[in-house]
Structure formats: structure tokens, C-alpha cells
Write a protein that binds this ligand. Structure first.
Ligand code: AHR
Length: 484
């Protein structure tokens, strides 16, 4: 049994829509075949970008897309990806399987994708193997309005108007694949590189993000904040949910009960990580100006059989839906610090929203959680009084019509009877449920609709109280209308 009490006066703060951000890297079939098929493909596309993928993603309100990596970002030289496709440099993707990268998806194609999605840009720059000049000129190429060498080059390549870059990351995982740096060294480099990331339009300054710690590396956070806090708007954090040790990735399907719970426990660690990193940030930034940007999160499982292990292609089950709901709830608990998060990764890689195979497309259970939670975007997170069962996670936000409640029962067999008290009179309630019957229920290309959201009607209410039974292995959302 669980209990939630909503007091209309107890607000935590606005839930940034950017918490629902996405990430796509030049990795496996994340970009090529997943998003980009090229204008000459038989797969229906608009300017090379798959129509089915865009249409599915528009329904989840993608607010921001991080690109081009990840690890790949610190090997990416942006000039390789501009100009006529036929003359673009073919490079080796040393980060992900040493396959040929033909650079057909570059800066122009990325902004075309953003336009089709209605999303903002989060570019991750190359600090690991790129120069200050290269990073600075990329920003000039994308954003300078007027005559300049890079703006002229952009115009010559077919785009006269500048684009807006909302977020810019300076290096990726600089403690590891991004250069194996010590935090003191990275802090100095960060200060240097960010100096030349010019915000040419004073009305839309670029939000600069430093490469933050790996999981629980609190020393990295402390050194960065101590030495570079005034120069950053955000600092990143990466944490993946693992069912076992990092070296022993567990299967996405056909797993034992113990791995249902170990994966969930690993995802729940996000709460501790954010709490502890925020405490360090508070020392140097008590006003909480600087955002903690969780720009890589999600489940990391074993790559599917008969796929290239370097492509990180994994199936996505109702367990992943639990991971998504639990983690999004944690972010909403920490709205004072978490200003953006980007699940890894949007299509065909790790905990994806969508899987594609030729002309086919599958929406994953994770996709449905993002779809069900869209009403949380830009709503006010409520500071509720909760007494939840050990296997229930919940979050409540306030919107123009009343309250939006999301619940996740990650127990395997018992439903959870929940009571919600509300200090304003309830006029109506509507609900949606995503539920599994087996631990590895999922959608595949032969059975694309095994797991999908449906109307949820097992609720009852009186003016100030609502009751519902949350099935095991389910995510439920309830819109509680108090105004009409
Ligand atoms: O998301 C896959 C990889 O995980 C990213 O490229 C890297 O930043 C992280 O280690």
C-alpha cells in the first residue's frame, strides 16, 4: 500500500523540459539507418531523415538532442561533415567498431533534424583531439549572423541564416576516452577553450557545459567546481544502470529475477549520485546557478546476438520502462540542480526510444514512458508527503488543469493500492498504463505492439481523495483535474 498527500502550496520548482532530452551519437545504427537514410533512399524521408522516426519522436516532444557524441565527439572534426556529400572525408570511427564513417550526416543535417523534431541543439565539441581554433570556428560557422569567414562558408554550403546553439559541451568524459586527463588539467583546458566559444547573439547566450565526473568520482567534481565554476553554466554527469559488473554486461532478454532487481537498484543509485554531487556543487555555487547535466543515462546491457558488439544494440523491455520512470522521477526530485538530462541513446543504441530495421520501426517500452510523461515537461514539481511501498516510485507535478501523477510499481507480482489525498477538490481523473506480464515483455519487428500504453480506468475518487490499484511491472499516469 502506498500513500501520497498533495499540498497545493508545497512546490519544488519548475521541471525543465530539457530533463526529457535525448542523445544520438555516430555509433552503430544510431544515426545511419536509424535517423538518416539519405535523400535517395527508398525509405520515406524528408531531406534524408526518416519520416517514420520523426513522426514517432514528435509525439514525445523531444526538447533537445545531444550530438555528435559521446566518445565520438572527441574524435570529430566538424569540417569533415560539411560541403557536398560526395566530397566529404571518409574516416574510421575509432570509437565504435572502426567502421567507415562517411560524414554524410554533419552539421547541416543535424540542424535539419532538429527543425523537423522541433528540438534545441546541444553540440558536444572536441576538446580531446581538436584545437581551440577548430572549436571556436565551429561555433562561428553555426551561429554568426553577418559576414565572417565561417558564416560565409556556411552560406556557400547553402545555409545563409545562422542556427541557434542552445547548449555546448566542452569535451566528453575527459577523465577517460576524452583524453585521460587529471581534473586539474581539464579544468585549465576547459577555462581556455570556453573563452573562445563566443555568444554572438547576446539575446541567446550559449549555455556552456564542462565535462563532469564519471559516476561517483566526487574528487573530479570538487576540483572542477573549485577551479572553473565561474566559467561554466553546467557540468555533466554520466551514470548507466548495470545489472552486474561493468565488464559483465547482462542480457536484455531472458534474464533472472535477480537481474530485474539489480538493474533497478543500479538505476536508483542516481538519487545518491545527484545528492552527493549537488552537495559538492553547493560549496562553490550555493545559489545553484550551475546545472547538473546528466547527459548520459539509461540501461547498458549486452548487445543482441548476431549484432556487432561495438554497435551497442540492445532490446528494450518493460524493465527498461521501470528504469526510465524511476530515473525521471529522481530528476524531478532534484529540479533545483538537474537542468538537463539526455537518455542514451535515441534510436538503435543502448536504452533507445525506437528500433529500426530496414523499413520497419518499433516503439520501445521506454518510448511509451517518455510519451506518457510529456505532461511533466515545464510543469511545477510538487513536494509531496509520501509513504510508498518498497517497490513504488512516484512523482507529482502541477499543471493548468490540476495535477499530473506518475507512478511505477516495479514489484513482480503484487499490485499496489495507492491513496492520494489532495487539498483541492477533484473534478475528474483520467489515466494511462503501460504494463508487462512477464519481466522481459518487449516489442520486436514481428510483434511491434506487445507492450504499449492504454487507458487506465481502475481509479475511484471523492472530492479530496483518489484511489487506484497499480499493477505489478507497470507505469501509470493520472491527470487529476481540479479546475474542470
Ligand atoms: O553512450 C555510449 C558511450 O558511453 C558514450 O560515447 C560515452 O560518452 C560513454 O562512455
Amino acid at each position: 500500500m502506498s500513500y501520497i498527500s498533495i499540498d497545493s502550496q508545497r512546490e519544488r520548482g519548475k521541471i525543465s523540459k530539457y530533463i526529457y532530452g535525448q542523445f544520438s551519437e555516430h555509433l552503430g545504427h544510431g544515426i545511419y539507418d536509424g535517423l538518416w537514410v539519405g535523400p535517395d533512399s527508398d525509405i520515406p524521408n524528408t531531406n534524408g531523415i526518416r519520416n517514420d522516426v520523426v513522426s514517432a519522436l514528435r509525439a514525445i516532444n523531444v526538447p533537445v538532442l545531444r550530438w555528435p557524441g559521446g566518445c565520438f565527439a572527441d574524435t570529430y572534426h566538424w569540417t569533415d561533415g560539411i560541403g557536398p556529400a560526395s566530397t566529404r572525408k571518409r574516416i574510421v570511427n575509432t570509437s565504435w567498431g572502426s567502421v567507415v564513417e562517411n560524414n554524410h550526416f554533419g552539421t547541416h543535417e543535424y540542424f535539419e533534424l532538429l527543425k523537423q523534431l522541433g528540438a534545441d541543439a546541444y553540440i558536444n565539441g572536441n576538446l580531446g583531439s581538436g584545437t581551440v581554433q577548430e572549436m571556436s570556428e565551429w561555433v562561428e560557422y553555426m551561429t554568426f549572423n553577418g559576414t565572417s569567414p565561417m558564416a560565409d562558408l556556411r552560406t556557400a554550403n547553402g545555409h545563409k541564416d545562422p542556427w541557434q546553439v542552445k547548449f555546448f559541451g566542452v569535451g566528453n568524459e575527459s577523465w577517460g576516452g576524452g583524453g585521460n586527463m587529471r581534473p586539474e588539467y581539464y579544468a585549465d583546458l576547459y577555462r581556455q577553450y570556453q573563452t573562445f566559444i563566443n555568444s554572438y547573439d547576446a539575446d541567446t547566450p550559449i549555455y556552456k557545459i564542462a565535462s563532469g565526473p564519471n559516476v561517483d568520482d566526487y574528487h573530479w567534481m570538487d576540483v572542477l567546481m573549485k577551479n572553473a565554476a565561474p566559467y561554466m553554466d553546467g557540468i555533466s554527469l554520466h551514470h548507466y544502470a548495470l545489472a552486474s559488473a561493468w565488464e559483465d554486461k547482462r542480457p536484455a532478454l531472458d534474464f533472472p529475477e535477480s537481474e530485474w532487481f539489480s538493474l533497478i537498484k543500479s538505476a536508483q543509485k542516481m538519487d545518491e549520485l545527484i545528492t552527493k554531487h549537488s552537495t559538492i556543487m553547493d560549496k562553490y555555487d550555493p545559489q545553484k546557478r550551475i546545472g547538473l547535466i546528466v547527459d548520459e543515462w539509461g540501461s547498458w546491457l549486452r548487445a543482441e546476438k548476431d549484432t556487432n558488439p561495438a554497435f551497442l544494440y540492445q532490446q528494450n523491455t518493460i524493465r527498461d520502462a521501470m528504469i526510465a520512470a524511476i530515473t525521471l522521477h529522481i530528476f524531478q526530485k532534484h529540479v533545483d540542480r538537474v537542468q538537463m538530462a539526455n537518455i542514451a541513446q535515441m534510436v538503435n543504441v543502448l536504452q533507445a526510444m525506437l528500433l529500426t530495421n530496414g523499413t520497419k520501426l518499433v516503439k520501445t517500452p521506454t518510448y511509451y514512458v517518455f510519451k506518457m510523461f510529456t505532461k511533466h515537461q515545464e510543469a511545477i514539481a510538487m513536494d509531496t508527503f509520501d509513504n510508498l511501498s518498497d517497490t513504488t516510485s512516484a512523482s507529482v507535478s502541477k499543471n493548468a488543469d490540476g495535477y499530473f501523477i506518475s507512478l511505477c510499481n516495479f514489484g513482480l507480482s503484487a499490485p499496489d493500492d495507492i491513496t492520494v489525498d489532495v487539498d483541492t477538490a477533484i473534478k475528474s481523473v483520467s489515466g494511462t498504463v503501460l504494463r508487462g506480464l512477464r519481466m522481459d515483455d518487449h516489442n520486436d519487428f514481428e510483434h511491434p505492439d506487445e507492450v504499449k500504453s492504454e487507458e487506465f480506468s481502475t481509479t475511484s475518487f471523492q472530492p479530496h481523495q483518489l484511489k487506484a490499484q497499480i499493477p505489478p511491472m507497470s507505469v501509470v499516469t493520472l491527470q487529476v483535474n481540479t479546475n474542470k
